[in-house]
Design a protein around this ligand. Structure first.
Ligand SMILES: Cc1cc2nc3c(=O)[nH]c(=O)nc-3n(C[C@H](O)[C@H](O)[C@H](O)COP(=O)(O)OP(=O)(O)OC[C@H]3O[C@@H](n4cnc5c(N)ncnc54)[C@H](O)[C@@H]3O)c2cc1C
Length: 387
């Protein structure tokens, strides 16, 4: 029997913390949500990112009754076209994969806002100020740390965050195109940069995109310093260089938002759990956004932790929420899926970063071959749908 005021203290202010607090409260746990006020989160303006959410994330948000409202801010992806820096080409369609859609592209800001509104009315969730200092005592059996990549609570626990910097920044913006996107997500591996256009419905219901462009840091800084007109010219040129058909399929791209950038790294905490504490989301692992899986991995962490706790409550009711054995169970279940996803994205990035001609030929041939192999493609999509 717990002597604490709360079963779980969820520390963090992003989508992973919010979803976890809601999921645990829905399962009947007493939750303290320790978060920063909006002005304290260090962002310079509204988050202009769009996220690709997979089927598992959507199912979780649906169970928490967030999805019915978020759907109004989401666009389904019916097809994904990936091009290499030669004749390599890979296409996935929802129809071939026998799924209604490959992913949903959602507005990052709308997701956090809707989660925040649901938390205000959630029974069993008490909103409390962020922990006063790293390592502060919490009046809960479990401290669930969802503080993102710079987590101070993780550092206070002495957990090392093994980080390898890509030397790239992820440049993001909202775009409007002169041609309809038709639900097609496009990605070009341009060596060394990777450019992705995610179909979206805002501001134009049928011809908007979310841009995610991974560029070497120096080039990203140059892009950020450009005027909107210069940025648009450079972007349209990059797309035209990457794809001779771009003019007909994408048309002209114009900015529909400000431009922002994030430094990109591959990172992983050396331990994800201990007695009375656990790490989730970017506080535990960070991947390159080329696969659009960072948040999906974080939401899968949430789903798994909620399940481990729920199973234990019915099968081993004597265990408290922070029981180290339960936390190890959670960490074991998340080990392989996150390692696999980090490995695939990191491998692809390194493969396409190498400018040597034989390697270039090999990777493009590999892509073309993979495109012919339906079972392998189905397996790859299966992994991406269920991070
Ligand atoms: C350009 C770009 C595009 C991306 N696209 C995708 C995509 O398409 N699909 C996808 O799945 N992922 C994508 N990602 C990854 C995704 O953004 C992250 O994986 C996700 O935001 C991680 O969520 P989080 O809640 O764990 O961490 P964060 O979003 O970093 O949130 C943590 C929050 O906690 C706050 N905080 C820190 N310390 C404390 C404290 N002590 N107390 C309270 N709060 C604290 C931080 O200020 C922050 O607001 C993308 C990333 C980038 C950079």
């Amino acid at each position: 029997m717990s002597t604490k005021s709360f079963d779980v203290c969820v520390s963090g202010s992003g989508a992973v913390a919010r979803t976890l607090a809601l999921a645990l409260a829905a399962d009947g746990w007493r939750v303290a949500w320790a978060h920063l006020a909006p002005g304290e989160q260090g962002a310079n303006g509204p988050d202009i990112r769009t996220y690709a959410l997979n089927a598992r994330s959507v199912a979780l948000l649906d169970r928490l009754r967030i999805w019915p409202q978020l759907r109004a801010h989401a666009t389904p992806v019916q097809e994904m076209q990936i091009r290499g820096d030669g004749r390599g080409h890979l296409a996935f369609t929802a129809w071939q994969q026998c799924v209604p859609e490959l992913a949903w592209i959602v507005d990052a800001q709308a997701l956090e806002r809707l989660l925040g509104e649901a938390l205000r009315f959630a029974p069993r969730v008490q909103s409390v100020p962020a922990l006063s200092h790293a390592g502060a005592d919490v009046d809960a059996d479990l401290l669930a740390i969802c503080e993102g990549k710079l987590s101070a609570s993780r550092a206070a626990l002495g957990v090392e965050f093994q980080r390898s910097d890509y030397g790239h920044w992820g440049v993001a913006a909202r775009l409007k195109a002169s041609r309809p996107h038709q639900g097609v997500a496009r990605q070009w591996f341009r060596s060394p940069d990777v450019l992705a256009l995610l179909p979206f419905h805002d501001p134009d219901p049928v011809a908007s995109y979310g841009l995610v462009w991974s560029l070497p840091k120096a080039r990203a800084e140059q892009m950020l310093a450009l005027s909107p007109e210069q940025f648009e010219a450079a972007l349209n040129q990059a797309v035209a260089d990457a794809d001779p058909d771009a003019a007909t399929v994408v048309g002209d791209l114009a900015l529909a938002s400000s431009v922002a950038a994030w430094p990109l790294a591959l990172a992983r905490a050396e331990r994800w759990s201990g007695p009375g504490w656990v790490l989730l989301g970017d506080a535990a692992h960070q991947v390159h956004p080329l696969s659009g899986q960072g948040l999906n991995l974080g939401l899968a962490d949430v789903d798994t932790l909620a399940l481990v706790l729920a199973q234990s409550r019915s099968a081993e009711p004597w265990r408290l929420a922070g029981d180290e054995r339960l936390m190890r169970r959670y960490a074991r279940r998340r080990e392989w899926p996150t390692r696999a996803m980090s490995g695939v994205t990191d491998g692809l990035l390194h493969l396409f970063a190498d400018e040597r001609a034989p390697l270039r030929e090999l990777r493009n041939t590999g892509m073309a071959l993979l495109d012919q192999m339906s079972p392998v493609k189905r397996w790859l999509v299966g992994r991406a749908l269920d991070a």
